[in-house]
Design a protein around this ligand. Structure first.
Ligand SMILES: Cc1cc2nc3c(=O)[nH]c(=O)nc-3n(C[C@H](O)[C@H](O)[C@H](O)COP(=O)(O)O)c2cc1C
Length: 303
């Protein structure tokens, strides 16, 4: 039995609430926001309260929060209130340490491009420069700034519309599309933790059946109840449009014959079904299981 603790946010200290929120809502993408003040000071800071929220119009939102310590506002927020422009630079593993260094609370007027050793590249449309080392940069105009509160830790949504996109061509595939396996993006977890989306760490999930899967509850009862397959495996099985015709021929091993006693046969069938699921062959896995349903029914001798 799983046990849960239940927490009322109004009874947690601000640091504790911050911990639960940020450790659970993770990994979060990281943007390096480049802004400029009305007196021309350039600022660069990372934000993981960040995402894209619309592609038509192309909208990104990030949130420079009020300091949890002294309730002060961040230079980034002050800057976008003055000059309503920002360049959102995407962070990958190659620049993750420089990104972290740029989060240092340097005094107003200190240029974090220089502190963190980034190349400042002139933007095409907006005034703040972009980060030359970023795999992708989005020049944006600020549509709206929405304060979410006035106390320590209160976020401020900076709603930014993308007006120009710069992509380092080394991350493009032959169709000029971004190659996820090459981008090596990083995400922010709770505390000091990050994650790295290297090629080895990625996996693909076949898109849900466009013809509507039967669902786990549509699988034959003996499969739902056998307590063998994980939720992920059952979901792949439940993604089939219709249950397979069990008369279809299915090769279950080299010679098509499963040897051994009933228990050994059962285990072999389950192992093969699991293998077929992992190879994204749910129909074959289902027809193998359904063909052998009798072997899974609990009989007198099993008890
Ligand atoms: C990976 C990472 C993500 C961060 N995300 C946020 C965030 O979403 N909101 C925020 O207020 N501060 C965030 N910070 C902290 C700010 O980057 C830090 O307060 C920075 O000094 C703000 O700089 P500024 O005052 O020059 O704008 C993050 C820091 C790191 C290292």
């Amino acid at each position: 039995m799983n046990e849960f603790i239940s927490l009322d946010p109004s009874e947690l200290s601000q640091p504790s609430l911050h911990h639960y929120l940020l450790s659970a809502v993770a990994p979060r993408p990281i943007c390096l926001a480049s802004t400029i003040s009305s007196s021309g000071d350039i600022n660069l800071s990372p934000f993981s309260f960040f995402n894209v929220f619309s592609s038509n119009p192309p909208i990104m939102i990030f949130s420079p929060a009020r300091s949890g310590r002294d309730n002060s506002t961040k230079d980034t927020l002050d800057n976008v209130a003055e000059i309503r422009e920002v360049v959102i630079n995407i962070v990958n593993y190659a620049i993750v340490e420089q990104m972290s260094l740029s989060s240092t609370a340097y005094e107003k007027g200190i240029n974090e491009f220089e502190k963190a050793g980034f190349t400042s590249v002139e933007s095409t449309i907006v005034t703040p420069p972009r980060v030359g080392e970023a795999p992708v940069s989005f020049e944006c105009v600020v549509d709206n700034i929405v304060p979410l509160g006035t106390g320590p830790g209160a976020g401020n949504l900076v709603i930014a519309k993308v007006v120009m996109i710069h992509v380092n061509s080394k991350y493009l595939d032959q169709d000029r599309r971004l190659d996820t396996t090459q981008l090596d993006l990083v995400g922010r977890m709770g505390g000091v933790w990050y994650n790295r989306c290297s090629k080895e760490a990625l996996f693909a999930i076949p898109k849900p059946n466009s013809q509507l899967g039967i669902g786990i509850d549509g699988l034959p009862g003996f499969i739902q109840q056998m307590n063998y397959f994980s939720g992920n495996e059952l979901a792949r099985l439940g993604n089939v449009h219709v249950l397979p015709n069990i008369e279809d021929e299915i090769r279950i091993n080299n010679n098509g014959i499963i040897h051994g006693n009933r228990e050994a046969k059962k285990n072999e069938i389950l192992l093969i079904a699991r293998q077929l699921i992992s190879e994204n062959e749910p129909n074959k896995a289902l027809s193998l299981l359904m063909k052998n349903e009798a072997i899974f029914s609990t009989s007198q001798e099993d008890q």
